[in-house]
Design a protein around this ligand. Structure first.
Ligand code: ZN
Length: 326
């Protein structure tokens, strides 16, 4: 496999891309959370076990938010208890506050993730707090995580644009990442909550975070709302970013963008990276099988494309296709 170079964002200077990328599968949290009908706990556990078996190194398994706020994930403790933890995949979970962090620590999650928005109005809508209030709350969470010895990550929603405010300055995203670093976080992920990212905005945000929070782990979480999720991944790859979050089958969505497709699809992302010679350690056939079963479980079509089309060298018998007539 030959490495490719994409000089379109670097002013013509070829930059080498990473040789390996770490994928975080967020389907069991970000995807399932958007499903109205309750997915049985045993099915959730089965899907996570199969993801681990397929080689997915990091999984956002659930969320320790209030069961009243997100009934779909009210079984967070049971899910954590049920998953086979012997094979070393990192199981991360969302925690909204100190209470959630205590529950997550008790359940033995490998990593905790706190979340906030880069725009005041989305943060208000999503977690009913001002940005400063969110950051103050994270100090308490950081103490709980520190006492439990659990690495803490911060997710920044609307990092590339806000559906209520429009453009979000890259400097503000950098500033928040800098605060995360001061609080001792292990990493930050930039979320494109309603699919407003474009390659130049990705470049600006990545540069701002690197400047304001040197050494902080950096991941990118794109949605395919406007069809350029993987183009944004390519922008990240060219900038040397090697952590991406995605969901099986592309499951997920945002309540503020009705009918919009959700997260970048993990199978499509793995397909792209592996074809570029960027290792993921993930078995794509197993992953496609999981996505098909997730689709059957939720009972509606998922936007993933590899799960439908197969791999590019999956050949078809000639007589399986009807010849053109006339
Ligand atoms: Zn998402």
């Amino acid at each position: 496999m030959h490495p490719v170079f994409l000089p379109f964002l670097s002013g013509g200077r070829p930059m080498s891309h990473p040789l390996h990328a770490e994928i975080t599968e967020v389907g069991p949290r970000d995807g399932f959370q958007a499903e109205r009908a309750f997915i049985p706990t045993a099915r959730k556990i089965e899907f996570i076990d199969r993801l681990i078996d397929a080689g997915v190194p990091r999984i956002e398994a659930t969320s320790f938010v209030s069961p009243r706020a997100v009934p779909q994930l009210a079984d967070a403790e049971e899910v954590m208890r049920g998953v086979d933890r012997s094979r070393g995949a990192v199981l991360a979970a969302l925690v909204p506050n100190k209470r959630g962090a205590l529950r997550a620590a008790e359940a033995g999650v490998d990593e905790m993730v706190v979340f906030m928005s880069a725009s005041e109005s989305h943060n208000r809508k999503n977690v009913n707090r001002e940005i400063e209030e969110s950051l103050a709350g994270f100090e308490e969470v950081a103490r709980v995580a520190g006492e439990a010895g659990t690495p803490l990550h911060g997710a920044i929603s609307t990092a590339f644009g806000c559906p209520f405010e429009g453009d979000v300055p890259a400097a503000r995203v950098g500033e928040i990442a800098g605060r995360f670093r001061q609080l001792g976080f292990a990493g930050v992920s930039l979320g494109d909550t309603t699919g407003m990212a474009t390659p130049p905005l990705v470049a600006a945000a990545v540069a701002a975070v690197r400047e304001a929070a040197p050494g902080l782990g950096l991941g990118l979480h794109f949605h395919n709302t406007r069809g350029i999720g993987l183009a944004n991944v390519m922008a990240g790859i060219e900038l040397g970013v090697d952590r991406y979050e995605s969901s099986f089958g592309g499951i997920g969505g945002c309540p503020f963008a009705p009918k919009a497709t959700g997260n970048v699809c993990t199978e499509d992302l793995v397909y792209l990276l592996e074809e570029m010679g960027i290792g993921t350690g993930i078995d794509l056939r197993k992953l496609s099988g999981i996505a098909c079963d997730v689709e059957a479980t939720v009972g509606h079509e998922l936007p993933g494309q590899i799960m439908k089309a197969g791999l590019r060298l999956d050949l078809h018998p000639m007589d399986s296709v009807r010849a053109a007539e006339g």
